[in-house]
Write a protein that binds this ligand. Sequence first.
Ligand SMILES: Cc1cc2nc3c(=O)[nH]c(=O)nc-3n(C[C@H](O)[C@H](O)[C@H](O)COP(=O)(O)O)c2cc1C
Length: 283
Amino acid sequence: MWDILEKYEKAPLRLTDDEYLAVSDTEFRARFRERVHHTLEIQFYHALQTGRPLDPDQLKTAEHMCGLWRQRGLPTGHHDYEYAQRILAMARDCAEGKTVDLSPYAPPAVTEKDREAFFRAVHDRRSVRAFDHSREVPDELIDKVLNAGLWAAHACNLQSIRYLVVREKDEPWLLRGSDIPPGPVHIAVLQDERCYLANTVMSLKNRILDAGAATTNILLAIHAHGLDGVWLTYEDPMIDRLRERFGLDDYIRIVDFIDMGYGVQTPFPPQRPDVSERVIVRV
Ligand SMILES: Cc1cc2nc3c(=O)[nH]c(=O)nc-3n(C[C@H](O)[C@H](O)[C@H](O)COP(=O)(O)O)c2cc1C
């Protein structure tokens, strides 16, 4: 089923404190990120950029969410909480008219070499569909590419992405039904749909795009590590098989797949059109 959220009641954007304390940790953390993002982060940067003072009331929702975080007994060393605390501290300074210096967080200037490497990766990444099964992909490398997926853009910063990693040698032919033979490592990009309860007006389109953004990052990271991969999708029977094999909860959506490993084929790059052919409107 694609729109798993249909099974849940349309949850409101804001909950009562009792409700905030009763929902699952996953839903609460998503709601926490959403509230900090929409009620403080955006307004704080806007105030900094325009030089207009930030209304101190603007901090209240994020402060309240931090209080609920502590009331729930969630760890205050957690990156979500620490992030909110940093934004709150800077926003407080901004509201008090103090200087806020974000320059230490500016990324280093992009060099010509960086630029070349980036565009080379974009152009040279290929879908490779045959792999050397005798070469094991180390777990650390798999984690690095999965991490790249987590750094993709994500709607409302809800961070729904989850993964399933299956080595073909441990589960032979579990993943079948694609148009290519199975690769040595299968990554399924999943989503914990409970995150989207934080904003149920968000379209299914945005939710699926979150997974697509993660997938693109993963494919580029695979290429950057000198490995190869291919983006795959499977039909429902295969999805059901995986769901059953790993006992996945109904709020886990299986969106798409990547097979990765050391490739043994060199495809001729499918050519792309000139940009000018594809810009339908330019004013
Ligand atoms: C959403 C999506 C689904 C895809 N599914 C498959 C698939 O099931 N089997 C496959 O061999 N390739 C699949 N591909 C890879 C495309 O065939 C490939 O990206 C395209 O031919 C361009 O080649 P390139 O990736 O080497 O540039 C998929 C790509 C995307 C974006």
